[in-house]
Ligand binder design. Structure first.
Ligand SMILES: Nc1ncnc2c1ncn2[C@@H]1O[C@H](COP(=O)(O)OP(=O)(O)OP(=O)(O)O)[C@@H](O)[C@H]1O
Ligand SMILES: [Mg+2]
Length: 240
């Protein structure tokens, strides 16, 4: 059996004295799309921020490509291949779309390849090509999400973590973003997707992790989870 790409082992994490994650363990294989679902305040964003080094685990261990990154800096974690598309997109509003995308490549110095990747982003998201000189803060919500994902990919990550892919976006835009997530996973990238819309999450991911007040309550293939009565009732609004 091959080693997992990312291994989160018994992680405790939180803010100062307030602990939020209580012994979270799961893994992601290379090329796999995993969704992380759970109610508001369950700790999904906290988990992503802990993996990307913005928060330090107080206990447990995080391993990426066999390397212990538990205490690595956010910069080292990005350099190791984990990109984080944050909740709320956090673009550099006054800067152009093109400059935002280039910011995603700030740790790289392979100018020729950066140019190629930029063109690749414009082919994945043609709307961004049309708006490359527009200030990112003036993009629509859907366009901003595309820009945030493309910026994350400009770092050439091995694992892309997206916090709230579809929040506040029209179904057609969510459909487009879903297509892009499928395409990038076909290109070999692994994705950790935080998603409020559990139906969308289960369509995109092969494995699901359900977080409930800082603990994993259920985990398994999304096909299994979609049949799980507790998951259907609590997170999909479906009768059992
Ligand atoms: N900076 C902070 N300081 C203290 N507590 C925080 C901070 N940020 C988040 N929390 C708390 O951590 C808990 C988990 O929050 P988190 O943002 O991880 O949840 P979430 O699952 O991402 O929720 P949502 O679906 O609403 O985005 C919440 O109780 C929240 O109030
Ligand atoms: Mg959140």
């Amino acid at each position: 059996m091959t080693n997992p790409l990312l291994e989160v082992d018994s992680v405790m994490s939180g803010y100062g004295d307030v602990n939020i994650l209580w012994g979270v363990s799961f893994c992601i294989s290379r090329g796999e799309t995993v969704c992380l679902v759970g109610s508001n305040g369950a700790g999904k964003t906290t988990l992503l921020r802990t993996i990307s080094g913005l928060l330090k685990p107080t206990q447990g261990r995080i391993t990426f490509q066999g390397r212990d990154i538990t205490h690595a800096t956010p910069r080292d974690i990005l350099a190791a291949g984990i990109a984080h598309v944050p909740e709320g997109r956090r673009l550099f509003g006054p800067m152009s779309v093109a400059d935002n995308l280039l910011m995603g490549a700030y740790l790289r110095d392979d100018q020729h390849e950066i140019k190629r990747d930029l063109d690749h982003m414009y082919s994945l998201f043609p709307i961004l090509a049309n708006r490359r000189d527009q200030a990112a803060g003036t993009l629509s919500g859907g366009e901003q999400q595309m820009c945030a994902i493309a910026r994350g990919m400009m770092g050439r990550p091995v694992l892309l973590m997206i916090d709230e892919l579809s929040l506040g976006l029209a179904p057609q835009v969510v459909e487009t973003l879903g297509e892009v997530v499928r395409r990038i996973t076909q290109e070999g990238l692994s994705v950790l997707l935080v998603e409020q819309d559990v139906m969308t999450a289960f369509e995109l991911a092969s494995k699901g992790v359900v977080l409930d007040t800082g603990r994993i309550s259920v985990m398994g293939s999304t096909d299994e989870l979609a049949k799980n009565p507790a998951v259907r009732e609590a997170y999909m609004g479906l009768s059992v």
